[in-house]
Design a protein around this ligand. Structure first.
Ligand SMILES: NCC(=O)N[C@@H](Cc1c[nH]cn1)C(=O)O
Ligand SMILES: [Zn+2]
Ligand SMILES: [Zn+2]
Length: 476
């Protein structure tokens, strides 16, 4: 029998301004995990969540994770663990999200202040973390509150795990989840993560796969200090020149990875997979809109989806130590660190991939015949994940999508990474579902990140409806 959801849904509508205010407060905390100076703000954001959860009647623990690896002067932000409900006759759903965000600065090209939630004339709620992942995290809290205020029994016990280091490789979390898999998380019957996006702007999806991410640094140094390029140019071998020449050998303009041993690890395409892409609702126009240009590698939908889901990609992110401000500074940097990452896919192996990268980068640098020194190392790694969507957890989410959005969801994989997903699967032994709230044009990690008001409010209904269907879905 379909669950009675009307009371809950109308309460979400009535509380929508209050829920937007909650998001406004969260976005105002610049919880950037990658910036050391922002660490107190990340902690403040964890405390904010803990306080909101306590006010809703959840049992909350702030778990400290110790020092940040390679940055021993920094404490990792706490993991917020919470439980709402402990009724043995109900199913228990474990949800995960993250309260840290990517860096953001007005000078990057934002049209509005990134840490002030701004609602524009199209009801887009602009602000860093609005879609990734503060909106979805608050979605769970909002669903609890709407049940309480509507007087509707909460259908499941909810276990929550919200971390503050996801955008920096989830440092410290893996050990906690492995340790708590059969303790704090022991009751979990299934896991749900809301931290990705629809493929387009109209059709919801359920996601059963993610790429992994190996993130690398190439450090080139030589001179003892930054130098005057007029005095030393033409006399010293320059680290930036060596770095740029080395980085240029990694990948070509069409994204073809030049490192031997990477593509060789990729699982072959199966006959079933060949047919899968045609069914997916995905328009190249929407991709162009999300991209902000027509500079796609492929013109074709299937090749584009394959490029995002089932093949690895190599992206060059930036150079630390180089001159990047506007204007013209005639300096030779003494030490530069180039950053790049490889999104990994089945059947790639983390260690094997690292070996291929180290060997290749060392060879390319050696070819330069430079007297400078080069080190290449992985900053963090996370494995890819592909699960079976034939499970009651996905059935429940599919029914919830139909109920809220009046359409059957697409079943998708995702090009991004949530490295902790596979850890949850292995530590709990339970099915993991990705249930996105936001859409493809939200601009996560980019300037002008937003979450449409519609996706936030209907997304709260979706998360709540999912819990109702999960409560009664027959075991599969
Ligand atoms: N919303 C998920 C997300 O943005 N994940 C990050 C996580 C990450 C950071 N380093 C490696 N993975 C992503 O970039 O995919
Ligand atoms: Zn995220
Ligand atoms: Zn992110």
């Amino acid at each position: 029998m379909a669950p009675q959801l009307d009371g809950f849904f109308s309460q979400v509508d009535s509380l929508s301004d209050h829920f937007i205010e909650r998001l406004r407060k969260a976005v105002a905390i610049p919880s950037i995990s990658a910036e050391e100076a922002r660490r107190p703000d990340v902690v403040r954001m964890g405390n904010f969540l803990a306080d909101e959860l306590k006010a809703l009647g959840a049992e909350v623990e702030l778990r400290e994770l110790g020092k940040q690896p390679h940055k021993e002067h920094l404490d990792l932000p706490p993991v917020v663990l919470a439980r709402y409900g402990n009724d043995k006759s109900k199913r228990t759903i474990l949800v995960y999200g993250h309260y840290d965000v990517q860096p953001a600065d007005l000078s990057d090209g934002w049209n509005t202040k990134p840490f002030e939630l701004t609602i524009d004339e199209k009801d887009r709620m602009l602000g860093r973390g609005s879609t990734d992942d503060k909106g979805p995290v608050l979605g769970w809290l909002n669903a609890i509150e709407a049940h309480q205020k509507a007087g509707v029994d909460f259908p499941v016990n909810l276990l929550m795990c919200f971390e503050g280091m996801e955008e920096y490789g989830s440092e410290g979390l893996e050990d906690l989840i492995n340790a708590e898999g059969k303790k704090y998380f022991a009751d979990a019957d299934a896991v749900c993560i809301s931290d990705n996006y629809w493929l387009g702007t109209e059709k919801p999806c359920l996601t059963y796969g993610l790429r992994g991410c190996n993130y690398y640094s190439i450090e080139v140094s030589g001179p003892g200090a930054d130098l005057h390029s007029g005095v030393f140019g033409g006399t010293a071998q320059e680290p930036m020149t060596d770095l740029v020449r080395t980085m240029a050998t990694l990948v070509d303009t069409n994204g073809k990875i030049q490192i031997p041993g990477i593509m060789e690890q990729v699982a072959p395409i199966t006959a079933d997979e060949e047919t899968l892409y045609d069914e997916i609702s995905f328009e190249m126009e929407t991709l162009h809109e999300a991209l902000g240009s027509k500079t796609t590698i492929f013109e074709d939908k299937k090749l584009t989806l394959m490029g995002r889901w089932r093949y690895p990609s190599l992206s060059i992110h930036g150079v630390e130590g180089g001159f990047s401000a506007p204007g013209a500074k005639t300096v030779i940097p003494a030490k530069v660190i180039g950053k790049f990452s490889i999104r990994t896919v089945p059947d790639m192996d983390i260690d094997k991939t690292n070996e291929c990268v180290y060997k290749y980068v060392n060879e390319q640098f050696a070819k330069l015949g430079s007297k400078n020194t080069m080190k290449v190392f992985a900053q963090h790694t996370g494995k890819w994940w592909v699960a079976s969507p034939s499970h009651w957890n996905f059935n429940a989410a599919s029914k919830a999508v139909e109920r809220v959005w009046n359409v059957k969801p697409d079943f998708t994989r995702e090009g991004g990474s949530i490295p902790i997903t596979i850890t949850f699967e292995e530590a709990t032994g339970k099915n993991v579902l990705l249930l996105p709230m936001g859409s493809s044009t939200d601009g996560a990690h980019s300037i002008n990140e937003k979450l449409d008001k519609r996706n936030y409010i209907e997304g709260i209904k979706l998360l709540g409806a999912y819990l109702h269907y999960a409560a009664e879905e027959p075991t599969s």
